[in-house]
Design a protein around this ligand. Structure first.
Ligand SMILES: NC(=O)c1ccc[n+]([C@@H]2O[C@H](COP(=O)([O-])OP(=O)(O)OC[C@H]3O[C@@H](n4cnc5c(N)ncnc54)[C@H](O)[C@@H]3O)[C@@H](O)[C@H]2O)c1
Length: 246
């Protein structure tokens, strides 16, 4: 029987985060979801029967307080999934306002950093090792016009994954990322209904022919956090139906 772990999933009230939380809970882990959307957080935590912490990941003091509360209530954190992100703000290079670009970087880069730093300090102090999985994007490696602000934030997440992996390895903490292509979250399904031109345009770029399900991403996250991935650190694993091959 494997050990019950305490797992923190940021952005757990959203489409992919909910699925990730569900996957860990199904394995018998103690899951805490954190999100800045209080109403969605309470709803999803209630539906899944998991713990909840309302935090804005860009507020380092809030993040540190939440980590302390989680440890007090649920025990040392074994797994961190940095999934919270801003993904709906886009614009062409000659048009995207600097302030919009700054807000993308604030959440996706600095927010991910704040949570990683707080949890890494806790894991190192506890001395039990641990696993961190970041939710990046294949956009970090393959450009789509109009999406460069978001994509460059995820390139920074990839670099942060490697940075954290080398520095945290001596503490027995593995750090990896999953890099999804477009994922069929409820939000995306609404904006790109089946049969729409937008859906067909994305599907035509994917060799396996369909967008990822949220469960496809969750399965990869669960694997990278598992003992089965015990010798894997610093990698960014595409979950993209082969899109990066095209
Ligand atoms: N949906 C896709 O096609 C896709 C593809 C590749 C990567 N991703 C990545 O997957 C992750 C989850 O995306 P999703 O599609 O589920 O989006 P989503 O908007 O449904 O979920 C994101 C969640 O993060 C939370 N959040 C945002 N900013 C926050 C902050 N400052 N503090 C705390 N919580 C915050 C939101 O409230 C939301 O619940 C993101 O990092 C995104 O970049 C998504």
């Amino acid at each position: 029987m494997s050990k019950v772990r305490t797992v923190l999933v940021t952005g757990g009230a959203g489409g992919i985060g909910r699925s990730i939380a569900e996957a860990f809970a199904a394995q018998g882990d103690r899951v805490v979801i954190a999100d800045r959307d209080a109403a969605a957080l309470a709803r999803v935590a209630g539906e899944l029967g998991v713990g909840a912490e309302r935090i804005d990941i860009t507020d380092a003091a809030e993040v540190a307080g939440a980590v302390e509360r989680i440890v007090a209530q649920h025990g040392p954190i074994d797994v961190l999934v940095n999934n919270a992100g801003l993904l709906s703000l886009h614009g062409a290079l000659m048009e995207l306002p600097v302030a919009d670009y700054e807000s993308i970087l604030r959440v996706n880069v600095l927010g991910t950093y704040a949570v990683t730093q707080a949890v890494a300090r806790h894991m190192a102090e506890t001395g039990n090792g641990g696993a961190v999985v970041n939710v990046s994007s294949i956009g970090a490696r393959q450009p789509t016009p109009g999406m460069g602000g978001y994509e460059s934030s995820k390139a920074a997440v990839d670099a942060m994954t490697r940075w954290a992996a080398v520095e945290l390895a001596p503490h027995g903490i593995r750090v990896n990322a999953v890099s999804p292509g477009p994922v069929l979250t409820p939000m995306l399904a609404e904006g790109m209904p089946e049969g729409s031109e937008a859906r067909a345009a994305w599907e035509s770029r994917i060799p396996l022919g369909s967008l990822a399900a949220t469960a496809d991403v969750a399965a990869a996250v669960a694997f990278l956090a598992s003992d089965g991935a015990g010798h894997i650190t610093g990698t960014c694993l595409p979950v993209d139906g082969g899109q990066l091959l095209t």
